[in-house]
Design a protein around this ligand. Sequence first.
Ligand code: FAD
Ligand code: N01
Length: 544
Amino acid sequence: MSQEINAASAPPDATEFDAVIVGAGFAGMYMLHRLRGLGLTARVFEVGDGVGGTWYWNRYPGARCDVESLEYQYGFSDEIQRDWTWTERYAAQPEILRYQNYVADRLDLRRDMRFSTRVTSAAYDERAGLWTIGTDRGDRVQARFCIMATGCLSAARVPDFEGLDEFEGAWYHTGDWPKEGVDFTGKRVAVIGTGSSGVQSIPLIAEQAAHLTVFQRTANFTLPAGNRPLPKEEIEKSKATLLQDRQHARTTPGGIICFEYNETLAAEMTPEDRKRELESRWNKGGFAFLGAFGDLMATHEANDQAADFARAKMRAVIENPDVVDLLLPNDHPIGVKRLCLDTHYLETFNAPHVELVDVRKTPIEKITAKGIRCGGKEYEADCIVFATGFDAMTGALTNIDIAGRNGAKLSEKWAAGPRTYLGLGSAGFPNLFFITGPGSPSVLSNMIVSIEQHVEWIADCIGRLTEGNIRSIEPKKEAEDLWVDHVNEVAAATLYPQANSWYMGANIPGKPRIFMPYAGGVGVYGEKLAEVAAADYEGFELGA
Ligand code: FAD
Ligand code: N01
């Protein structure tokens, strides 16, 4: 590792690099480290004023990971994993951000990073075989490779509610939370949104607020998180096996090893066995519940068993008869919208100062000077929290003016939905890579496993091109078309497309309804990546 740390950087005022990396979250940090390992020069641009990505921006109360900390960490360095010790089963945002800063220090990453800088454009010059990257600070730099480590959940989105500019109170988005935190003590707070960010923040906001009004459009399935401090023995055991565990994780569907899959179909089990399986997974906490039967995500019959079980468990903790039916999800199969891990979320609605408003029945009409109007009633608030999510998977990419061969724009090519080969690149855009792009397992997996899988594939590819004096790599259109069809076919064999989820782009009015991630699993996908690389990048055009 030390040799790589000492790798030469380009001079601070350089404008030409082997590669530009956009984003300094887990993906951009590791990508820089790997490129340095190849002896290449790289510059990272990042909007935030520090590393961390998701964990830099999402500082809302209650923010923590939902993949267990012992698996939600880098697996590429034995030294780093041995020297870092997690404190909780699901680490909270400050701890994850500390970890990322520790890694940045350890690998001396910041000297090749430029913070508080947004990449606004990237244009490919075919003759020179170079990308020109422009930023909001007026930089114009050139690089042979452009790597988008821009994140799947980084373009925070406030819906276009009329009147927001008239609101006299303060408002916040969970994905762009003030660094100094927010004190809600004694305040009347409105929270819009009950996805994972709402489910995590609502119980803690309720502890401080004088009155809390939650505006819910869709009730979500919540599973008990079962968070707890990590005992020393569990940490030691994990440190001893992390590297082999990580290899194993890459062969699993979700990139998670503590998630045990029961391959037996629901119909092959007795009612007692099904109940026992669901009960033990529910009690364990976390996503393992979804692995209770082999066909849980594939057939309504199996899914209904799990959904009914979850609803009964959820009902049992809600004491307020006025809200119980409203809090129980009934319009989508369990698991097809990202499941939320619950720490006192449902119980929060038992408190007399917490109110639930059904905005499915009576949509928000407007934001007023004093609060939120819906169903002809004004709900007064001193603060509004938008837990309304992201322009997921494509937003951070289409926010950049990306022009490939002949000036063709990526945003236009993707107007009817993203088109990639393997989620790694798009035809017409040579030497442009996406880390965890649409068409790869990405958000359906432990993202750090998927990030490492992509970063290593891209680094190997760039290394081989450089050694072989190959000027460019670009997906062939036929390979891309086949891959897009395959991604759609795999999704169609699951229940995923049956919900209005952000996986489908359904949270953004006008966004095409396409299931964007690859549901074939990390293991199967990893085999495909390896085959493609071994067959001299089959499906890609290599430019001499
Ligand atoms: P990000 O961390 O999103 O980093 C991308 C960076 O790119 C951002 O800092 C952004 O500012 C920067 N950027 C974007 N556009 C530009 C531009 N034009 N110019 C310059 N910089 C730009 N995944 C899991 O697997 N497990 C979890 O438990 C989990 N928990 C999550 C909790 C929350 C609250 C959220 C929002 C997501 C969670 N995720 C989780 C998904 C999470 O996004 C990934 O795990 C991972 O952190 C993504 O890393 P990344 O580097 O790919 O992207
Ligand atoms: O965003 P979301 P999020 N009027 O899109 C509602 C990861 N993550 O930030 O469901 C009224 O899930 C919207 O309603 P509906 C994780 O992958 C992980 O919570 O579209 N309501 C929904 O309730 C997650 O999935 C963690 O009907 C409106 C909510 O806002 C992803 O990030 C924590 C509305 C948005 O939910 C995104 O989660 C946080 C409108 N106009 C995030 N528009 C962990 O636990 C939207 N909504 C690890």
